[in-house]
Write a protein that binds this ligand. Structure first.
Ligand SMILES: [Zn+2]
Ligand SMILES: [Zn+2]
Length: 887
C-alpha cells in the first residue's frame, strides 16, 4: 500500500509544473511520423510579443491543446507550431512610452538605435507569454517556435512582397488613407473602430464671388478642414441651387476662389444640401475630387497639427484650429448656426485617437484578384468554416473588399524591400539588398523608409513557420495544416488574409477547417474591461482552481462562434469535478493489492460489471464522434456525467459489496473492472484535463499496470469503442430507477439513514436481473435483506404500504417498516398546524385591501405564491395523515 497510496487531497500546484517539464523532456510534444498517415497540424495564433496571457489566449490554447492531444492519442503524426508576433504598432508604442519616461522620443535615438532598443525589450520581456502558455499545459513543439521578425520569416515576407509586386498585385500610390496622428502612421480600414458620438454640425456661409452680400451656406462636422476646401458641391436635382452651379465662391479665412459643382453623391437632405469639398481629408470628397479634377490640399502634419497651407492657423493642433476657425468665422458674421449631430466617428484600434482621413502616398495590395480564389476555396468546400454562419460573413466581406494599405510609417517591423536609385530614380524591388542600380550601375541607393502592416507577415504564418519559401522537409510533411482555430473577431484581420496569401503563395488552402470560438465574458455576460473592473486573470484562476478546472470550464462552456460566460461558480464546480475523480481513483487504488495486475482467479462478471463496461463503450463512441464534429463542450459534459454519476456514484458503491465481501474471486473481478473502466475513462478525459488524469493514471499504473501501459497517458492510445450490451443497460437502468424511487421515499418520510427497511418488488421479466443485483439493491437502497421479496408478481398487494411504480416494476414499502407510527403522526400534525398558521397569515394579508393596493406588485405576488404553496402542502400532509390513521 505504501508506495502506491495517493495523497488525500489533489493539489494541482504540486504536480502541474513537474508534469509539464517531464512531458516536454520526454519529447512528447514533437511529432512522431507514421508512414502513410496524414499529419494533424495546427499553427498557434501568434500572440503579440507585448502580450500578457488573457482569457482569449487561454481559451484558444485550451481548445487547440484538446485537439492536439486527441490526435496524438489517435496515433496521427501531430504538430502544433507556437510562436509570437512582433506586433508593429503595439510594440513600438510600448517602447516609445518607456522612452517618454526618460524624456526622449524615438527621433532622439534615430532609427537604428531605436530598433535595437525594441529588440532589447523583446529579449527581456517578450518571453512572458510563452511561460504563461506552459502553465496551461499546451503540448506544442517549442523547438519549432517562431517569431514573425526572425530571419526565416523575414525572408518569407520579402519573397511574398516581391512575388506580389511582380504580378502587379502590390503597387504604390497616392490615395486617401486612414491616418493616426498619435501613432503617426497610415492604418488599414480594419484598424479603424467606428463609434457613434454626438458632435456638432457647424453652418458656415461662403460668400459668392462678385455678388456682395450673397452666400451659400454649407454644413460640416469638421470646420478646420475648410482651410483645404477646393469646391462646394450640390446635388444636380436640387432646385435650390440650380442657378448657382458653375459659379464661384470665396473661401472664407483663406480667400481662395472655389467653384460650385454638381454631383449625385451629395445628399440634399444633409444640412443645407450644399457641402464643402475637401479632397485631401474626406473619402467621399476624395472621390469627388477625382471626378471633377479638383486639387487636394493637405492642411495637416503627420502628428495632427495644421501645416503651412493652413495659413494663420499653421502650428495649431486640430482642436485649437477648430476653436479658432469657428471664432474667426463668428467674428466675420459667417457662422450661421451650430447644431448637435450624432454620427459614427473613427478611432485608432491601437491608441483610440481620432483617425484622420488623409491623402498620402502608400503601398497597397490589390485585393480583388486575391479574394476571388479565397472565396472559391470556401464555396467549393476545400475550407470549411465552423460555425457555418460565419461563411456568409466571410463571403460578404471578400466580395466587397477594397485594396489593403500595407505600408506603415513605423520603425519596428519588416522594412519594405524597395530601394530607390538617387542617380536615375529607378525603383528596385528585391528579395536581397541590392548593391548597385541595375539601370545605371549607381551605388547611391536608399531603402523605402516604411515597414509592412503586421498582418502581412502573420498572413504567411501557416507556411512561413514551416520554412517557406524554402522547400523544407517540414513544409513538405506538415503543409497544408489542418485546423485554424481562433476567435471570430479576427476572421478578416487574419484568417481571410492567410487564406488569400496561402492560396497565392503555395497554391494550396493553408488549412481545411476554420474553427472560430467566441469571446469570454463575465458571469453576467458583460465584456471584460479594465474600466469595469471585471477582468479575470487566467494565471490567478489557475492558481486558485487548478489548470484542469480552468481548461474544463473553457472547453465545456463554449460552443463554436458563441460568446461564453465565465463564472467562479463554474470554476468551482469543475474544481470539484477534479476532486471527485481524485477521490474515486483514490478509492480504487486503495483497494488494489500491490502487483494485483497479474491474472488471478475471477468470478464471472455481474450485471453491474457488464452495464458499466457497456456504458463506457457507448461513451467512447459518442465522445469520439463529438470531438470529430468539433462539439467539445458536449463531449466534455458526457465524460463528466459518466465519471461523476455512473462510475463514482453508482458503480463504485455497487463494487463495495464484493470488495468487502468474503469471496476473493468476486472481489478480483470487481477490481479488474474498476481499474479498466477508470483507466479508459481517464484517457477520454485526458485532452480536457491533462494534469489530474496523468497524475491518477501514474498512480493506477504503479498499483496495477505493467509495461504494456507505456510511460504516459498522453501517448497512450485513444480508446476504440468496443461492443455494447443493450440488455445489461436496460436492466441496470431499471434497478437504478427503483433505487432512486426508494431513496426519494425515504427522504420524503424522513427515514433515518441507518434504518433498514423492508420491501416487496414485483419485477416481471426483470426478476432475474433484480435477483442478480440483490446485494447491490440492499446496499444502495438500505433495504432489510431478511424482509426483501423479489418476485415476478405478488400474489397479493400488501395493504398499508407505499406503492412506487417505475417502468413496469412495482415496489411496495410497508409503512410500518418505514416509520414509527406515533412519532410520524405527531410530526405530521405539528407540521400541519404550522402550515395552517402560514395560510391564515397569508390569507389575512391578502384580504387586507390596503396591503393589496399599496404594496409593490411583486410583494403581493410573492404572498399569493406562498399561499398557493402552503395550500398544496396542507393537502399532502392531510392525505398522509389519513393514510397513517388507517393503519
Ligand atoms: Zn493610433
Ligand atoms: Zn540608377
Amino acid at each position: 500500500m505504501t508506495d502506491t497510496a495517493m495523497p488525500k487531497i489533489y493539489d494541482p500546484k504540486t504536480v502541474e509544473r513537474a508534469l509539464y517539464d517531464w512531458w516536454e523532456a520526454q519529447g512528447y510534444f514533437k511529432p512522431r511520423l507514421v508512414e502513410g498517415r496524414r499529419p494533424f497540424v495546427i499553427s498557434m495564433p501568434p500572440p503579440n510579443v507585448t502580450g500578457k496571457l488573457h482569457l482569449g489566449h487561454a481559451m484558444t490554447a485550451s481548445i487547440e491543446d484538446l485537439m492536439i492531444r486527441y490526435h496524438r492519442m489517435r496515433g496521427d503524426p501531430t504538430l502544433w507550431v507556437p510562436g509570437s508576433d512582433h506586433a508593429g504598432i503595439a510594440t513600438q508604442n510600448v517602447v516609445e512610452r518607456e522612452l517618454a519616461k526618460e524624456g526622449k522620443t524615438r527621433h532622439d535615438l534615430g532609427r537604428e538605435a531605436f530598433v535595437a532598443r525594441v529588440w532589447q525589450w523583446k529579449e527581456k520581456y517578450g518571453g512572458l507569454i510563452t511561460q504563461q502558455h506552459r502553465r496551461l499545459g499546451v503540448s506544442c513543439d517549442w523547438e519549432r517556435e517562431r517569431f514573425t521578425l526572425d530571419e526565416g520569416l523575414s525572408r518569407a515576407v520579402r519573397e511574398a512582397f516581391v512575388r506580389l509586386y511582380e504580378k502587379g498585385l502590390i503597387y504604390r500610390g497616392t490615395y486617401l488613407v486612414n491616418w493616426c496622428p498619435r501613432c503617426t502612421t497610415a492604418i488599414s480600414d480594419l484598424e479603424v473602430i467606428h463609434r457613434e458620438e454626438v458632435t456638432k454640425l457647424w453652418y458656415i456661409r461662403y460668400p459668392l464671388a462678385g455678388r456682395p452680400g450673397e452666400y451659400v451656406t454649407v454644413a460640416t462636422t469638421r470646420p478646420e478642414t475648410m482651410l483645404g476646401d477646393t469646391a462646394v458641391a450640390v446635388n444636380p436635382e436640387d432646385g435650390r441651387y440650380r442657378g448657382l452651379v458653375g459659379q464661384s465662391l470665396i473661401l472664407p479665412l483663406v480667400g481662395r476662389v472655389i467653384p460650385i459643382i454638381a454631383d449625385d453623391v451629395v445628399d440634399p437632405r444633409f444640412g443645407t444640401g450644399a457641402v464643402k469639398v475637401t479632397p485631401a481629408h474626406d473619402p467621399v470628397d476624395y472621390e469627388l475630387g477625382q471626378r471633377h479634377h479638383l486639387e487636394a490640399i493637405d492642411v495637416m502634419t503627420d502628428d495632427g497639427r495644421m501645416n503651412e497651407r493652413a495659413g494663420a492657423f499653421a502650428g495649431q493642433t486640430q482642436a485649437e484650429a477648430r476653436r479658432n476657425v469657428v471664432a474667426e468665422l463668428e467674428r466675420q458674421g459667417l457662422l450661421e448656426k451650430i447644431e448637435d449631430y450624432r454620427h459614427a466617428v473613427g478611432h485608432c484600434q491601437r491608441c483610440d485617437s481620432l483617425v484622420e482621413p488623409r491623402i498620402s502616398t502608400q503601398w497597397f495590395a490589390r485585393m480583388k484578384p486575391l479574394a476571388e480564389p479565397a472565396l472559391q476555396a470556401v464555396r467549393d468546400g476545400r475550407i470549411r468554416i465552423i460555425p457555418e454562419r460565419f461563411e456568409k460573413v466571410y463571403f460578404n466581406w471578400l466580395e466587397n473588399i477594397r485594396d489593403w494599405c500595407i505600408s506603415r510609417q513605423l520603425w519596428w517591423g519588416h522594412r519594405i524591400p524597395v530601394w530607390y536609385c538617387q542617380g536615375c530614380g529607378e525603383e528596385i524591388v528585391s528579395v536581397t539588398d541590392p548593391a548597385t542600380c541595375p539601370q545605371c550601375g549607381g551605388a547611391a541607393l536608399y531603402q523605402d523608409p516604411d515597414v509592412l502592416d503586421t498582418w502581412f507577415s502573420s498572413g504567411l504564418w501557416p507556411f512561413s513557420t514551416l520554412g517557406w519559401p524554402e522547400d523544407t522537409e517540414d513544409l513538405r510533411t506538415f503543409y497544408p495544416t489542418s485546423v485554424m482555430e481562433t476567435g471570430y473577431d479576427i476572421l478578416f484581420f487574419w484568417v481571410a488574409r492567410m487564406i488569400m496569401l496561402g492560396l497565392e503563395m503555395t497554391g494550396q488552402a493553408p488549412f481545411h477547417t476554420v474553427y472560430l470560438h467566441g469571446l469570454v465574458r463575465d458571469e453576467y455576460g458583460q465584456k471584460m474591461a479594465k474600466s469595469k473592473g471585471n477582468v479575470i486573470d487566467p494565471i490567478e484562476i489557475m492558481d486558485e482552481y487548478g489548470t484542469d478546472a480552468v481548461r474544463f470550464s473553457f472547453l465545456t462552456g463554449s460552443t463554436p462562434g458563441n460568446d461564453m460566460k465565465l463564472s467562479r461558480t463554474r470554476l468551482e464546480a469543475n474544481r470539484n469535478f477534479a476532486n471527485k475523480i481524485w477521490n474515486a481513483a483514490r478509492f480504487v487504488v486503495s483497494n488494489l493489492e500491490v502487483g494485483a495486475g497479474s491474472p488471478r482467479p475471477e468470478a464471472p462478471e455481474t450485471l453491474a460489471d457488464r452495464w458499466i463496461q457497456s456504458r463506457l463503450q457507448r461513451l467512447t463512441a459518442d465522445v469520439t464522434r463529438l470531438i470529430d464534429e468539433y462539439q467539445f463542450g458536449e463531449a466534455g459534459r458526457q465524460i463528466y456525467d459518466f465519471l461523476w454519476g455512473e462510475f463514482a456514484d453508482w458503480y463504485i458503491e455497487i463494487s463495495k459489496v464484493r470488495l468487502y465481501g468474503d469471496d476473493p474471486t468476486a472481489a478480483a473481478t470487481a477490481r479488474r473492472v474498476l481499474v479498466t473502466v477508470l483507466e479508459q475513462a481517464l484517457r477520454l478525459l485526458h485532452p480536457f484535463m491533462p494534469f489530474v488524469t496523468e497524475t491518477i493514471w501514474q498512480s493506477l499504473k504503479r498499483a496495477w499496470g505493467d509495461e504494456r501501459w507505456g510511460d504516459s497517458i498522453m501517448i497512450a492510445p485513444w480508446p476504440a469503442a468496443g461492443a455494447t450490451d443493450a440488455e445489461a443497460e436496460r436492466q441496470m437502468a431499471s434497478i437504478m430507477d427503483v433505487v432512486r424511487a426508494i431513496r426519494n421515499a425515504r427522504a420524503e418520510y424522513d427515514v433515518e439513514p441507518a434504518r433498514r427497511i423492508p420491501a416487496l418488488i414485483a419485477a416481471g421479466d426483470l426478476t432475474a436481473a433484480f435477483q442478480a443485483e440483490r446485494a447491490s439493491l440492499v446496499s444502495l437502497a438500505r433495504l432489510d435483506d431478511a424482509r426483501l421479496t423479489i418476485a415476478p408478481e405478488l400474489a397479493e398487494k400488501p395493504a398499508k404500504a407505499l406503492a412506487l411504480v417505475t417502468g413496469g416494476v412495482e415496489v411496495y414499502l410497508p409503512l410500518a417498516g418505514l416509520v414509527d407510527l406515533e412519532r410520524e403522526q405527531a410530526r405530521l400534525s405539528k407540521e400541519l398546524a404550522d402550515v395552517e398558521a402560514d395560510i391564515a397569515r397569508a390569507a389575512g394579508l391578502l384580504a387586507n385591501e390596503r396591503f393589496v393596493a399599496k404594496a409593490p406588485a411583486e410583494v403581493v405576488q410573492k404572498e399569493r405564491d406562498k399561499l398557493a404553496a402552503a395550500e398544496e402542502r396542507k393537502a399532502a400532509l392531510a392525505a398522509r395523515l389519513e393514510m397513517l390513521a388507517g393503519m
